[in-house]
Design a protein around this ligand. Sequence first.
Ligand code: FAD
Length: 888
Amino acid sequence: MPDAMVATRASDERGTAQQVDVAVVGAGFSGLYLLYRLRKAGFSAVALDEAGDVGGTWYWNRYPGARCDIQTIDYSYTFDPELETAWTWSEKYAAQPEILRYLGFVADRYDLRKDIRFRTKVTEAKWDEKAERWQLTTDNGAPVSCRHYIMATGCLSAPKPPEIDGVKDFKGEVYFTGRWPHDGVNLAGKRVAVIGTGSSAIQSIPLIAEQAAHLTVFQRTPNFALPAHNGPAPSDRMSLLQSDRAGYREQARQSMAGVPYPQQTVVSWQLSDAERRERFERAWAAGDLVHILTQLWADQAVDIDGNKIVQDLIREKIRAAVRDPETAAALMPDDHPFGAKRPCLDTNYYATYNRPNVTLVNLRQEPIKAITASGISTNGRSFDVDVIVFATGFDAMTGAIRAVHPITGRDGKSLTDVWAQGPQTYLGLTVEGFPNFFMITGPGSPSVLSNMAVSIEQHVDWVVDRLAALRDAGFTTIEPTETAQAGWTRHMADCSMVTLHRLANTWYTGANVPGKVQGLMPYTGGVGPYRSICDEVVSRGMLGFKLTGPGGATQCNDGEVVRLQPDVRLVLNLLASLNLPPIESMGAIGARAFVNEFNKGRPAGRPIGAIVDGTLPVADGALPYRVYKPATPGPHPVVVYFHGGGWVLGDEQSDEPFCRDMVRRTGMMFVSVDYRHAPEHRFPTAAEDGYAATRWIAEHAAELGGRPGPVLVAGWSAGGNIAAVTCQLARDRGGPDIAGQLLICPVTDCSFDRPSYNDNAAGYFLTRGLMYWFWDLYCSPADRTDPRASPLRGNVEKLPPAFVTTCEFDPLRDEGVAYAEAMAAAGVPVEQLKAHGHFHSSFTMVDVVITGVSGRVQMAEALRRFAGLPEVSRDEPSPGFKISAAAS
Ligand SMILES: Cc1cc2nc3c(=O)[nH]c(=O)nc-3n(C[C@H](O)[C@H](O)[C@H](O)COP(=O)(O)OP(=O)(O)OC[C@H]3O[C@@H](n4cnc5c(N)ncnc54)[C@H](O)[C@@H]3O)c2cc1C
């Protein structure tokens, strides 16, 4: 491969800095598009790359079998429709030479090479406060002085050095997949060792095995691999693209992974075994990573049970492909959920282990002791080899950024120090204290969890548009605020609870590099949501950024861009997009019909032991109830449950997903009661029904199949109000015995002047207006201070132990907290969950608000404690790996 010409505009004198508006480090997918956009926006720019030509990843990774694992029609630039039609990919997954040719074609088409300095490594970067410019030091040619410094240095561009003693003693040949020689390597007739079984190894092993006399693969951790079924681009995808190119690309930009697939809505337990297998076989035959990661069932990436089904099906495939059972077992991943580590696409990977010239060494059983002059010795055996191939991966996400050292920002701060406890960024794009500094696909952005071509274009567009806007407004610096960055860090942590990525030790978390601080580095909230957040930052006046200009001009719109939990944000955005009329405008009958219709569209919940309906008598009528029983042998403690709905809406089935979920988590029986509703039955009917029902259920616990003795009460929203009132009435009226109360976002008081009523008056589904309406229908103003309506105004002494859940974005938040505090002050044992980023319905929207899981885990633990049941282990062993309770 001839080296491209080195850009001639650099000063030849090492001392004289090359002056540009923008310096870009890297000339891969990101750097090339940056140059194109910057030039079009009227900036002078230079790109610097250590490599001898354009291509980045595709310049360096030339090992046998290197190819992309996102279909190439998706893994391409989309910024210029003419470019799209000017290039035709030959394969579904193009190989490295073709992708490199494509990037060269792009560089030529837009004449980009003239602004690139090849074979030039940036070694240091320093912010010059006075000049408001970055000074970059290079190892070749002139330093660079620039207004803006953009690192397009790649997430997977810093190969990880081997961690094994003795590499230098080895007398044979040593290669790294990430730095493969340009003129190829002849492995014919040689004894080859491959260390590592990540993507690069899985792509190269079948081809190396075909050449080598013998191949020994040293595996520490097996990965899931799926057949690529490479060939021409699939006709269904091609016709989708060709029939509406713009729409196809837009769908990719708004999708979760950057590839236009729809969101799956069906969950695993709604499908039969046969249906699941059929979906799986179809995905297996499709040979498409994003398809199998997103299209099987909606819970595969977020729920450990939904995920385990996929894992088992893949293990079955491995067992069928590999003849030797011991080798097959060693190749089966068992320490991480499917997709929590990047799965690999392969061609004949598993079948390669059936070849007589291939040996798998399981390093979990016999770790490598050393590399010697003649080969590799484990603690059991010695393997003489001629060639060692290290396929040991990269110091991902931060490796190439931190390799420029030091990067010195404002007040002499070094990025290495600022990131000592892990990378801190705002949007994965910028860092507080480092003005005019940007990263493309940096830590904190979707990056490696996405089709990176889409993420790169989004980042580049956002950055260049901001630079142009900054210049046009007369500002010279831009930098995120501390608040914005801290908010992003918290949002990242919230997002990490949605998916199962956190349950694997991977390069996503830095676990592959000894000594690296661990934490999930890519943004798990999805490509489309991320894009909308970046856009929101702009539409809200550069929220979280400080801009400065000549003469002390400053603009700072401080704040956090996302305070909601990520899934709550999606739900609320969806609801807002539906433009529904306010519930209170529908009248009680209309509102009930609306809620019933709404509930019909949701899954009822996972299977439980049994569901039994009945009615129970009260003084002047009868109340329907529904019993939800666990699948385990009883009798179980009984929880009397009151649904939400503002005393007006709902019934014994309306919180079914929540009841089923809690039955599974607590191993207790829930009896959900349909108390009578307003306006037909105004106060105190609902309160008195709640008490009477609890009494009857306690007296008939055994008949219902429950454990006789004290019952527990629980309720959400108005149901929380009834549960709280029931506890007060039971204390005052001689029983029944109540062992504990779970109040979820309860109504406890008739006052509307607490801050949460104002802070969350609108926009979070339960509005102040709706609460006024509920109160008006239920209770006349004169009755509202009655403790049976406002239990906060009653006597809160000697009540059963309580667990009170409140949500940050709920008008009822403060009265829930006030009730918990009042009980605690009166000596009642109280635990509180103040759920940050959640809204009133977070915990009852079971299969939608995934981040509600950990809250329900805590509620279930509390109920078990109240009932005197033993704690459920948070780390239950499951076949293969430990389940974290938060993920269960
Ligand atoms: C084998 C392999 C397969 C992949 N397949 C896919 C895929 O199918 N789909 C997908 O979305 N992603 C894939 N990726 C990820 C891939 O890295 C990105 O898709 C994309 O190529 C990144 O482009 P980039 O320009 O941001 O970074 P890179 O391509 O990594 O380019 C960064 C450049 O910066 C240069 N550089 C770094 N530090 C310095 C410095 N200090 N001074 C000068 N130059 C420097 C490097 O030399 C490099 O050329 C794959 C990665 C690998 C390794």
